[in-house]
Design a protein around this ligand. Structure first.
Ligand code: IPM
Ligand code: MN
Length: 372
């Protein structure tokens, strides 16, 4: 089938390749049954690239990513590479992709599927119906700020340092994404930093406030210190709609939010760049879970976060909302039918069917067949 949608697939390390295999089945199904085709290129990233090429991402793969319409990413890292020098760590491959593609806005939705309301460690009445969107700044802050490194002090101690830095434009562009998205949701943005102790926090709050006043006064804006937000996410998460925050706070808060939904194995994300003249954005889609080395290679991993990342790609990069809805619906139905990978086996497990990675993938395909 002819297609001009170019997709780069980077399965990476750990459970990445396993969960990506299940998504390949969905991609093939979509091509056959819905004529949603892609020209797919595949490459290595992380430890896999390091083992083969001596770097966590080759220049060639970087170039392919820059030219692709979208990148579908698995996960990187694992204990095998714990002692690799800092600049070659598997994670550097991912960070290079984010930085060079300038993917400054990372959308991390946390949604509670009704059939999983018991899988959350919180009481069902606290998380039922939860639907929040965390927008994490992804190309600046302490992840990239200079100077960074370590030195040996005169007394023999080591000193290590990272720099948290943001400029006004970096804050404004990510806050703009938050306001725009809020308008399509419940029209509420909570901006989070630590303006009580950090200069970057003060600037963040000022810029969010200014931008709001200039262009988005119709959206309800609140501010919350990141520590208080971490607490409120557990106390009453339903008060939030869109949360916008920096790179490090966003990393931590989104892992926390994933637990509200029951498992890290359920949450997708979209990393978007600025829109060009035609409205097209560079984009990468990745589950928020890591490489989970403890269960890698055992066929136990939950492929849902990867599959939902693919659905986000259909929605955000290709405007294929109906197809994205279909994938999401199939997943919800499979969960409603009681299919559970190991990560979802908490709380009440009456009437559930314990499955592995492939069986979960097959169940999703079967459900797609039924829905189509
Ligand atoms: C994430 C991950 C990454 C991060 C790692 C793998 C570099 O934890 O996407 O949340 O810290 O950003
Ligand atoms: Mn993380």
């Amino acid at each position: 089938m002819a297609s001009n949608r170019n997709l780069l697939v980077l399965p990476g390390d750990g459970i990445g390749p396993e969960v990506m295999n299940e998504v390949r089945k969905i991609i093939a199904w979509m091509g056959k049954k819905r004529a949603v085709g892609f020209d797919i290129t595949e490459d290595l990233v992380g430890g896999a690239a390091l083992d083969k090429h001596g770097v966590p991402l080759t220049d060639d793969a970087m170039k392919t990513a820059l030219e692709a319409d979208a990148v579908l990413f698995g996960s990187v890292g694992g204990p095998k590479w714990d002692n690799v020098e800092f600049d070659k760590k598997p994670e550097r491959g991912l960070l290079r992709l984010r930085k060079e593609m300038d993917l400054f806005a990372n959308l991390r939705p946390a949604k509670v599927f009704d059939p999983l309301v018991d899988a959350s460690s919180l009481k069902p009445e606290i998380v039922k119906g939860l639907d929040i969107m965390i927008i994490r700044e992804l190309t600046s802050g302490v992840y990239f700020g200079e100077p960074r490194g370590r030195t040996k002090l005169a007394n023999g101690d080591f000193e290590a340092f990272d720099t948290q830095r943001y400029n006004s434009s970096e804050i404004r562009r990510v806050c703009a994404v938050a306001f725009e998205l809020a308008r399509k949701r419940s029209n509420k943005v909570c901006s989070s930093e630590k303006a009580n102790v950090m200069h970057t926090g003060v600037l963040w709050r000022e810029e969010a406030t200014k931008l709001h006043k200039e262009k988005y006064a119709d959206v309800q804006l609140s501010h919350m210190y990141a520590d208080a937000l971490a607490m409120q996410l557990l106390r009453s998460p339903n008060q939030f709609d869109v949360i916008v925050t920096d790179n490090l706070f966003g990393d931590i808060l989104s892992d926390e939010a994933s637990m509200l939904t029951g498992s890290l194995g359920l949450l997708p994300s979209a990393s978007l760049g600025a829109a060009d003249a035609t409205g097209r954005r560079k984009a990468m889609y990745e589950p928020i879970h890591g490489s989970a080395p403890d269960i890698a290679g055992k066929g136990l991993a939950n492929p849902i976060a990867q599959a939902l990342s693919y659905a986000m790609m259909l929605r955000y990069s290709f405007d294929l909302d109906k197809d994205a809805d279909l994938v999401e619906k199939a997943i919800e139905n499979v969960l409603a039918a009681g299919y559970r990978t190991g990560d979802l086996l908490v709380g009440n497990t009456d009437g559930v069917k314990k499955v592995g990675t492939q069986e979960m993938g097959d169940a999703i395909i079967k459900e797609l067949d039924r829905l189509a």
